[in-house]
Structures are given as structure tokens and as C-alpha cells.
Ligand binder design. Sequence first.
Ligand code: SAM
Length: 278
Amino acid sequence: MFDHLSAVPQADEGTLVCVTPWSATLQAQARAEALAAWFRCPLVPRGRRSIEQVFAEEGVSGVLVAEDPPRLYHRAQPGQPFFFHPGLARPRLAALAHGLPDRLLRVAGIRPGDVVVDATLGTGTDSLVLAYGVGPDGRVIAIESSWVLARLFAWAKRENGHGYPGMRELLARIEVVYGDNEQVMAAMASDSADVVYFDPMFRRPIAEQDATIAPARPWTDPRPLSDAAWREAQRIARRCVVLKERPASDQFARFGLVPDKPRAKIAFGVWNKEREAR
Ligand SMILES: C[S@@+](CC[C@H](N)C(=O)[O-])C[C@H]1O[C@@H](n2cnc3c(N)ncnc32)[C@H](O)[C@@H]1O
């Protein structure tokens, strides 16, 4: 449907270099070459350099180490690399497999065969759960405005989930789209998705969101959800648009939503198209 990963210019140009791990096997060297091409960044010799030395000598803010899965270091927190892993999706998927409900799937009313737009991919935890919810006949269009986060998740998809059990099938249902969610949705037809989901960076961060997103935080786009993106979501969604935020966040009132759990740490607000039409 989309080919945004190659069509959109690289946003973080000049910020990233790729290196091999210290034990540079032929396999790691080949992976480094493929990764540098995938991320459209230079491959520089590692030598015996530490990550800190690579930052200092190359003058970049990011270093991608060609491990499996690849590790992404940011200058702001060199001790906390980001890499693909199912993370918090794992217990949620395990609970679903045991017939227990998932809060996001329930509030969003996700059904088998649905087309869901996850307008804020991030680390992909929610996209993986949504991919489970839509089943083999559904799909998730996952939009991310951070080039490196979009690219890293797309690499995990290409690598079939790096061997994590059950990931291959779920990743196959997720289409990663690099770009601003407003612009990507503007290119989509009206009523072309069942549900649109937004989980922007919280205006006031909390530990729960931080636990998942912390290693990726320096790479994330901190902007609040735009009015135009919300309007595009309302236009392309057949059933509903869902927003995740802290319950006391002013973002719910901004879009005329009521948080589902006013005393919980996180809340969901749902705008329902059918109800609006009545
Ligand atoms: C809190 S994280 C989402 C976490 C995600 N739900 C998960 O399960 O990992 C928010 C993500 O939205 C991205 N983002 C922010 N504004 C965006 C925009 N306008 N278009 C696309 N992505 C955006 C950020 O870069 C960040 O990765």
C-alpha cells in the first residue's frame, strides 16, 4: 500500500553511523553493510574503539552496532541502548493466548479482520498486540515519524522478529510507515481503516510509559497530537479513534473525550463515529 520508507527523505541525516561489534565476524561485517544501507548511514571502521570513542571521533548523536538484533546507542544515554524486543507485549500476548482480555483491544473494540492504524508506533508494543487482535486476516498500519525507530522496527520485521517466538506472524501483519501521522493519514481514503489509535509521548511522563520507551526516548518525536492529525483520523476511521494519555491530561478535553479510568495511571478516550453520526 505504502512505500514511505524509501520515498521519504531521511530525517536524521548525519546523526547516525553504523559499526560492527568488537568481534567482527564475516557475518557481522555483512550485517553491518546491510544495516548501513537500510538506515542510509555511513559504515565506519570500529577498530578497538568504545562506543564513547565512536561518538567523540565521528561527531554523531547515534551509533548503530550491527549485532543481532542491532543495538542503537544515543549520545544522551550511551549506557542504555535500544534494540528490538517484544518487551511488555509478551505478557499481554500470553494473557490473550489464555483467553484473558487486553484493555487496549477491548476499549478500541478490535475485531478479527480489522484494519487498524497505529499512528504512533514507538517501540511497537501496542502494534504487536493490535496485530494479535486483528488476526491473520487483518492488518496494522504503524506510523512513526522517527526515522531510526521506524527503520529499526522494519528491520525486525525483515528479520522475522529475531527469533522471538510468535513474532514472525504478528510482524507480518504490521506495515511500518515512516512519516508524520497527519501527512500519512491525509494520503489515505475516507473510511479506509476501522480504528485509529494514538499514543503520543505523554505531556507529563510517568514510569509506566517510561519503562517501555526509556531506551528509545532520545529518538522519539515529542510533539503533542495535532488537531489536523485528529481530524484526519476521524475522517479515515470507520468505527473509532482512540487516544491514550494520563487520566488528568488536558488532551482528553481537547478532543472532547472522557477518560475511561479517571483514577488509573493511564487512560483511554474513545471517539465513536457511529455515535457521532446519530
Ligand atoms: C509513547 S510512544 C508510542 C508507544 C507505542 N504505543 C508502543 O507501544 O511502543 C510515541 C511515539 O509516537 C511517535 N510520534 C510522535 N509524534 C508523531 C507523529 N506526528 N507522527 C508519527 N509518529 C509520531 C514518537 O516518535 C514515539 O515513538
